[in-house]
Design a protein around this ligand. Structure first.
Ligand code: TRP
Length: 468
């Protein structure tokens, strides 16, 4: 949600004199990080992958991944960023040069920037769906519709590449607009209101879900683990999603950390961000699955799940068109603030590496991403049978859209995360880590052992299992 170049200039803060400026407050950092973390990953992706992977057991693995992999790595990324005090690639270089480590560690940030670019290309397409549902809802088109009719509206949208292209273009333009201007003030303030509003609206839908008579079934689906439904591929998806939803593995938190004041606790802020992010995802699940069961829908319906269930709920509840419109506005906003944090590292990299201006790097990166997004759009309709890497068992049946999602979320993010964990746990000095984290000794040892052993081993094991 926020450009990693805020604060400082609004004075007041005694640290503002430091060259690059800092977040105006701890709250500003939390909001920026939460704005990046809470997005389509929580409301669109989490419910549909949970549905596809059988529910409870998957959710449990996902929560475990957040706690033992996601949270420790978030702390490591923020810590590296703050210590490096520059853009991610430069921070990694500073840290390696200053302390005499191998400069090749920079590759961590490079993988991140590339992943950001690939993710944004399809993220913007889904963001476009959210924008289009603002109109669908506002026009009253959803009122009193059957599950079938609602499904028809959604497949109508997916079947039309031109409509999809229009919404994708609009969404990408919104993202480029903010990034190109170097955001700050306005957006930071807007998010202070919009994020809590999204939370409240989710609660309203959960309230509606309670009236469907199938709430218990939804809760059981989410929280009663049935391990027979869990596959090793499902574990990889859960692990990848922990990175995706917390915006890790891509140097976003590193960039944000570089503007964090020394006297803010990295530990506490990381916990707050992770808890809020997980809370939104679980609420989305509680809102969606009771509606799925009440209407005899399929939990494993795939990427269209929320666009087939939530509109149904809005079509039936009192004031539904109003709530629905508001909901999709807020979803668009959540997606927007996350997408900004995806474009930002690419733009920063172009500015720093190629010496381009802010505007031209935004336009260049945005258009390239927009072009790649067209491949995702076509894979939803015209190219729905095209599976470019289908000859490899691992990629069997995956369209371009599926491939981009899988390669980024399930491979690149965990890989970059693994590198961050090894760099923080094994390369950086213990003193440096201790001074950044400023935790009580017991807490520090817990984190240190986790990042040195548990995190890398967990990621490596899940990877190796899926390769063989
Ligand atoms: N976390 C966002 C979501 O859940 C997506 C996102 C934004 C992201 N920035 C990121 C994912 C950086 C990985 C890395 O929707």
């Amino acid at each position: 949600m926020n450009s990693p170049s805020p604060a400082g200039q609004n004075g007041g803060d005694s640290q503002a004199s430091i060259k690059r400026g800092l977040w105006s407050s701890r709250m500003a950092f939390i909001l920026a990080a939460t704005g990046s973390a809470v997005g389509l990953g929580n409301i669109w992706k989490f419910p549909y992958i949970t549905g596809e992977n059988g529910g409870g057991a998957f959710v449990l693995v996902y929560l475990l991944c957040i706690a033992v992999v996601g949270l420790p790595i978030m702390m490591a990324e923020i810590l590296i960023g703050r210590r490096g005090g520059a853009s991610p690639i430069r921070s990694m270089r500073t840290l390696t040069e200053r302390d005499g480590h191998n400069p090749a560690w920079r590759i961590t940030a490079v993988v991140g920037v590339l992943a950001a670019f690939l993710i944004l290309s399809f993220y913007s397409v889904i963001g476009g769906w959210a924008v289009s549902y603002i109109g669908t809802s506002a026009s009253g088109e959803l009122v009193g519709k059957s599950a079938e009719a609602i499904g028809g509206i959604f497949s109508g949208l997916l079947g039309n590449p031109w409509t999809l292209l229009g919404w994708h273009t609009l969404f990408m333009a919104l993202v480029m607009f903010v990034v190109g201007r170097g955001l700050r003030g306005g957006l930071e303030r807007a998010v202070t209101i919009l994020m809590p509003a999204l939370f409240v609206l989710l609660l309203i839908v959960v309230g509606y879900a309670m009236t469907t008579g199938h709430f218990g079934e939804g809760v059981a689906f989410l929280f009663q683990p049935d391990f027979s439904k869990l596959t090793t591929a499902g574990v990889l998806v859960a692990l990848g999603h922990a990175f995706f939803t917390l915006s890790l593995g891509m140097a976003v938190m590193m960039a944000y950390g570089s503007y964090l004041s020394k006297n803010v606790s990295i530990v506490k802020t990381s916990i707050v961000v992770s808890v809020m992010d997980t809370g939104v995802a679980l609420l989305a699940g509680l809102a969606i699955f009771p509606i799925v069961f009440a209407n005899g829908l399929e939990p494993g319906a795939g990427p269209g799940l929320i666009f087939q269930t939530l509109p149904l709920a809005f079509g039936q509840m009192p004031w539904g068109s109003l709530f629905g419109t508001l909901f999709f506005i807020l979803l668009t906003f959540a997606a927007w603030t996350s997408a900004i944090s995806l474009l930002e590292p690419v733009v920063e990299w172009l500015e720093e590496k190629k010496g381009m201006t802010r505007v031209s790097s935004t336009v260049g990166a945005g258009i390239a991403c927009w072009l790649l997004g067209i491949a995702s759009i076509l894979s939803l309709n015209v190219w729905s049978d095209v599976t470019p890497l289908g000859m490899f068992a691992m990629f069997e049946g995956k369209t371009i859209f599926d491939l981009l999602d899988f390669v980024t979320a399930s491979i690149m993010l965990p890989l970059a995360g693994l590198l961050v964990a090894v760099f923080a746990g094994w390369i950086m000095t213990r003193e440096a880590l201790e001074s950044e984290l400023a935790m009580p000794a017991g807490g520090f040892s817990l984190w240190y052992n986790t990042i040195r052993y548990v995190t890398p081993i967990a990621v490596a094991v899940v990877f190796i299992y899926n390769l063989v």
